[in-house]
Design a protein around this ligand. Structure first.
Ligand code: NI
Length: 167
């Protein structure tokens, strides 16, 4: 397994719309394993393939305290959503920035597992937030884009400065 490099906002590649995965093969399983390793090492609770510059519809999530409930979703789709809730979100591609975002409170999701089999589940709370945040990445959207233009400009300036200092 290998640690992958995580793209940092405002990298334009984060706005790429990911393509569906046609066949869940060993290449996909290896990418998913590398993404999980990268997420745990960061540490983070979710990572989308977009963030490691692979533009395929694949996400990994683990919102458990013990970090032992890895959820890998291939081609995830939100079938239904209801309610509203506000959570403070962060993102491995936007280090050090935490902002409140309003999302659906409950969602119903359909996806494939690493065996290629389809399954459905319902989520709420942190898991629901995380699934919505990661699917946004697959659609080329970063969570800061829910914020005001002024806040986005401030965040962009701060991160560009940070990245220049660490180069
Ligand atoms: Ni993110």
């Amino acid at each position: 397994m290998a640690l992958l490099k995580i793209l940092q906002y405002p990298d334009k590649r984060l706005h790429t719309v990911a393509k569906p995965i046609e066949t869940v093969d060993d290449t996909i399983r290896r990418l998913a394993a590398d993404m999980a390793e990268t997420m745990y090492a960061a540490p983070g609770v979710g990572l989308a393939a977009t963030q490691v510059d692979h533009h395929l519809r694949l996400i990994v999530i683990d919102v458990s305290e013990e970090k032992n409930r890895l959820l890998t979703l291939v081609n995830p789709v939100i079938l239904a959503k209801d309610g509203e809730s506000v959570h403070e979100e962060g993102c491995l591609s936007v280090p050090g920035i935490y902002e409140k975002v309003t999302r659906a409170e409950h969602i119903q999701v359909r996806a494939q597992g690493l065996d290629g089999q389809h399954f459905e589940f319902e989520a709420e709370g942190l898991l629901a937030v995380c699934v919505q945040h990661e699917i946004d990445h697959l659609n080329g959207k970063v969570f800061v884009e829910y914020l005001s233009r002024l806040k986005q400009d401030r965040i962009r300036t701060k991160l560009v400065k940070q990245q220049r200092e660490t180069m």
